[in-house]
Write a protein that binds this ligand. Sequence first.
Ligand code: ADE
Length: 274
Amino acid sequence: MRLDIVTIFPEYLEPLNVSLVGKARARGRLDVRVHDLRQWTHDRHNTVDDTPYGGGPGMVMKPEPWGEALDAVIASGDPGGDGDGPVIVVPTPSGSPFTQETAVELAAEPWLVFTPARYEGIDRRVVEEYGERFRVRELSIGDYVLAGGEAPVLVMVEAVARLLPGVLGNAESHRDDSFAPGAMADLLEGPVYTKPPVWRGRDIPEVLLSGHHGRIARWRRDQAFRRTARYRPDLLERCDPAALDAEDRKLLAELGWAERPDGRFGPTAQDVEE
Ligand code: ADE
């Protein structure tokens, strides 16, 4: 997979040389190219921003450097070999949510171009222009505003890279991830333990030493339900009741959850604090 990142802070992307993504690059699984947007400016001050039309605070990134940068990057290759060009990923708090599902979709692409912006964002005409010829995804990593799109790029690249074949040491290790598509899709992952068996007087749950795979799987599922009910009740309310077995239902009842008239599960009335 090829990734191009155009930014005014190339050094911000240094972490892409480290750990999982760094190793994937070294092994040739990822071809990451970081470009300095200012190389596509032509004035003495390498200006990339200007005041907003219509007034208001802050500065807006000028369209010309972005246009030249994207033209140059796009003209420099076709790793998919299909002439489709890259998917252009525009990090913005005004985008659609970047989720595990988005990461899975992006991981299937041969080429992504990221355009992290500073200031109040990029002149709108850039998205319009490239949106006519390419697939543009405007994506937000959460409901908070960062000073720029570089940290979101690091987040998205890591989420995508770990899904690529041969990048994670153990191909199974994202199977049970919270948010991974599959049987546990709507549940958060429960707690994990390693050696020693006793640490500061604290034992690990017996069942994990039992060697009984069925019981261990059941315990893990229960823990996932407990954690999800506590931290992300919204996920549990969305889950399909058809995916729940008798044990799940029993546990949910214990946690004060019941099936509502609309067929979804939710906390029962007596549990809702006045
Ligand atoms: N740029 C600033 N805040 C952001 C966010 N939450 N997601 C994506 N890009 C951003």
